[in-house]
Design a protein around this ligand. Structure first.
Ligand code: PAF
Length: 284
């Protein structure tokens, strides 16, 4: 695996790959890679000829009071994990390389999808995500890109953006990678102390309880929210941010659960805010 730092180097590598008729896969990350990222890389390796993993902690998607400075980083480990999972290129640009003119004047906003759920707590987050992903798509060019379903709202936003702006990119979602007890893998899990780590499974348990209730035939989204909230409220350490039942495409709350829905939630711990989601389908 070759590491490249500049956009020019990456484009020249990709040009050589394409001149041999080989297809390109892209796995955008913010580094501190774990098994969940390895699943994304392996999915990209299975579907394309040469895979680029980008590692860039994107300042645009962090609000001033968020954890940009303390976001976990370990480039040596990232290099090993990406190579082991089968990546051909590791793209590790600096902030100056990605934003050479300082704060960007051009941003991408994916209006109705970005303001709710995660966007309600983090109002500038998705414009930062969509802008950096648009830049990566413009830098890499025609490719298949792979994103984790763990960040479900991000996946929907990126998919919609790629379509709306006609990027020559096929966006693929990869199922969430989980620990044995069901906790969704996340770079931020390292911030949980041992008691919090045990408690953190309350979020996936809450989503599962909501899904079971839907599968039992309850059709009222508010009742499902109550079931999920009760599981998190019963946990002594996790502090509920939100849980929601939404349409899987529009992310709007349905009046009645009449078809497949997505259940999403976020829980605060002392030094980490965790998110998770899953699908659910009512009985026919
Ligand atoms: O999911 C992430 O790690 C980031 O939001 C992404 C997509 C790499 C953009 O910075």
């Amino acid at each position: 695996m070759k590491q490249v730092v500049t956009i020019e180097e990456l484009r020249s590598e990709l040009c050589a790959i394409r001149s041999e008729g080989r297809s390109v896969g892209l796995v955008p990350t913010m580094g501190y890679l774990h098994e969940g990222h390895a699943c994304l890389v392996r999915a990209a390796v299975a579907a394309t000829d040469e895979v680029v993993v980008s590692v860039f902690v994107n300042p645009l998607q962090f609000a001033p009071d968020e954890d940009l400075d303390t976001y976990p980083r370990d480039l040596d480990r990232d290099r090993d994990l990406a190579a082991e999972a089968g990546a051909s290129l590791l793209f590790t640009p600096t902030v100056d390389e990605m934003y050479p003119d300082g704060p960007v004047l051009t941003t991408v906003s994916v209006d109705s999808l970005a303001g709710r759920l995660e966007g309600a707590s983090r109002p500038t987050h998705f414009a930062g995500v969509a802008t950096v992903v648009a830049k990566l798509f413009a830098i890499v060019g025609p490719c298949a890109a792979f994103f984790g379903e763990k960040d479900y709202q991000q996946l929907q936003i990126v998919t919609r953006m790629a379509g709306d702006l006609s990027f020559p990119v096929m966006v693929n979602g990869v199922p969430t990678s989980r620990e044995d007890d069901g906790l969704a893998r996340s770079s931020r899990n390292v911030r949980l102390d041992p008691d919090e780590r045990d408690s953190a499974v309350c979020l996936s348990k809450a989503l599962n309880a909501g899904a079971q209730t839907i599968e039992s035939g309850i059709k009222d989204p508010a009742a499902i929210v109550q079931v999920m909230e009760a599981v998190i409220d019963a946990d002594p350490l996790g502090r509920l941010d939100y849980v929601a039942v939404v349409d899987p495409d529009t992310l709007e709350v349905p009046e009645v659960i009449a078809g497949p829905v997505r259940l999403l939630g976020a829980v605060h711990y002392r030094a980490a805010r965790l998110i998770d989601n899953r699908g659910a389908t009512p009985p026919t």
